[in-house]
Design a protein around this ligand. Structure first.
Ligand SMILES: [Ca+2]
Ligand SMILES: [Ca+2]
Ligand SMILES: [Ca+2]
Ligand SMILES: [Ca+2]
Length: 373
């Protein structure tokens, strides 16, 4: 089914209270005013808002494919196993580091390799990094010295393998990598690996297990992996043999705990995991952990701190975590940490550096962090 048709069907068919269609992060870099099949409206039932006036600000570009605790930094995977698992998000802390808020995109990733994920704000004029010091975000630093944007998406993952998240800007005709140098991004290099469109989804995650994030393109006919070689992307390999997708959401994170990022496909009535074998994605297995889909946001990140990415679903009044057991998601647990709207964006990444993903909620004038504890 065409995405647009799927969306229309969902708009007509759903009760609007149970699910939402979230915006593909791969499309978050699209030029303003541009629409894509994946750019879908949040279907929150609200007497104040019709569907046509859906609150897109509540589903701003998300970092689902961005802060990959298993892939970004060696430090974040060296959490002492003696540390107790986290069970909730704490109260909101004001981490605001400056007046920037990312006109084109906001992300959370460790760009300087200290094990603390940083806040990145892509503005039209340049790209700012707000380094985490563990207790707050520091003042914005200009890391590109000018405008950089990807038409199809902007991603921050370590494709060079040095533990520092790089800037990947995906255009329709080329994929550019701006390698992190620890205090700035290098000039763009064309890493284009092949003719894939990623028409349904684009993500960067280490599915081959060598520590370098790979280019994943979900096309209509199959899911392709373009493995990073450290200075380029290999030619596309078909990792599913046929069509595979999630109706509501797609993510590539390690939910099985073997350091290979897996394919998570969220449908309306089930959440499927296609585990990476290192050379392909295995057949879908239903990992459904409960009747939540995340009205405002869905994400997969290791909130509990055991090395396995968990299912995080943000509803209007409650934030749920469905911990991964390695072969399924447990029932939803209420992790709500406090009253934040995240109206400009919600991100899950380890900004405190203790090995568990924290909740970063960007409101109009404030960046809040709700640490996993
Ligand atoms: Ca950092
Ligand atoms: Ca890899
Ligand atoms: Ca895995
Ligand atoms: Ca976990």
């Amino acid at each position: 089914m065409q995405p647009t048709k799927m969306l229309l069907t969902l708009l007509l068919a759903t009760s609007l209270s149970a699910c939402s269609i979230l915006k593909n992060p791969a499309q978050s870099g699209s030029s303003e005013g541009e629409t894509s099949p994946q750019a879908a409206a949040s279907q929150l039932q609200d007497e104040n808002q019709s569907l046509e006036e859906s609150p897109v600000t509540s589903v701003q570009p998300t970092d689902t494919s961005e802060p990959s605790p298993t892939a970004i930094s060696p430090e974040s995977s060296q959490t002492p196993t003696s540390q107790p698992e986290r069970t909730a998000f704490g109260q909101p802390q004001d981490w605001t580091g400056g007046p920037t808020r990312g006109e084109l995109a906001m992300r959370v990733a460790d760009v300087n390799g200290d094990g603390l994920e940083d806040f990145i704000a892509v503005d039209k004029a340049t790209t700012y990094v707000l380094l985490s010091n563990g207790n707050g975000f520091e003042n914005p630093q200009d890391w590109t010295g000018g405008p950089v944007r990807g038409e199809l998406g902007m991603f921050f993952e370590d494709v060079t393998g040095d533990g520092l998240a790089d800037y990947i800007a995906v255009d329709r005709s080329a994929t550019f990598v701006l390698a992190s140098q620890g205090d700035s991004f290098a000039q763009p290099e064309n890493w284009t690996g092949g003719p894939v469109s990623g028409e349904l989804w684009i993500a960067f995650a280490d599915v081959t297990g060598d520590g370098l994030s790979d280019f994943i393109a979900v096309d209509m006919d199959a899911v392709y992996v373009l493995a990073s070689t450290g200075d380029g992307f290999d030619s596309p390999q078909n990792w599913t043999g046929g069509p595979a997708r999630g109706q509501l959401w797609m993510a590539f994170e390690d939910v099985t705990g073997d350091n290979l990022a897996d394919f998570i496909a969220v449908d309306q009535d089930a959440t499927y995991v296609l585990a990476s074998t290192g050379t392909e994605f295995a057949d879908p297995v239903n990992w459904t952990g409960g009747p939540v889909t995340g009205q405002l946001h869905m994400s997969f990140a290791d909130a509990t701190g055991d090395g396995l990415a968990d299912y995080i679903a943000v509803d209007r009044s409650t934030t749920y975590v469905l911990p991964s057991t390695g072969n399924g998601f447990e029932a939803p647990l209420d992790w709500t940490g406090g009253p934040v709207s995240g109206e400009l964006g919600m991100y899950f990444g380890d900004v405190t550096g203790d090995g568990a993903a924290d909740y970063v909620a960007v409101d109009q004038a404030t960046i809040y962090v709700l640490p996993a504890k």
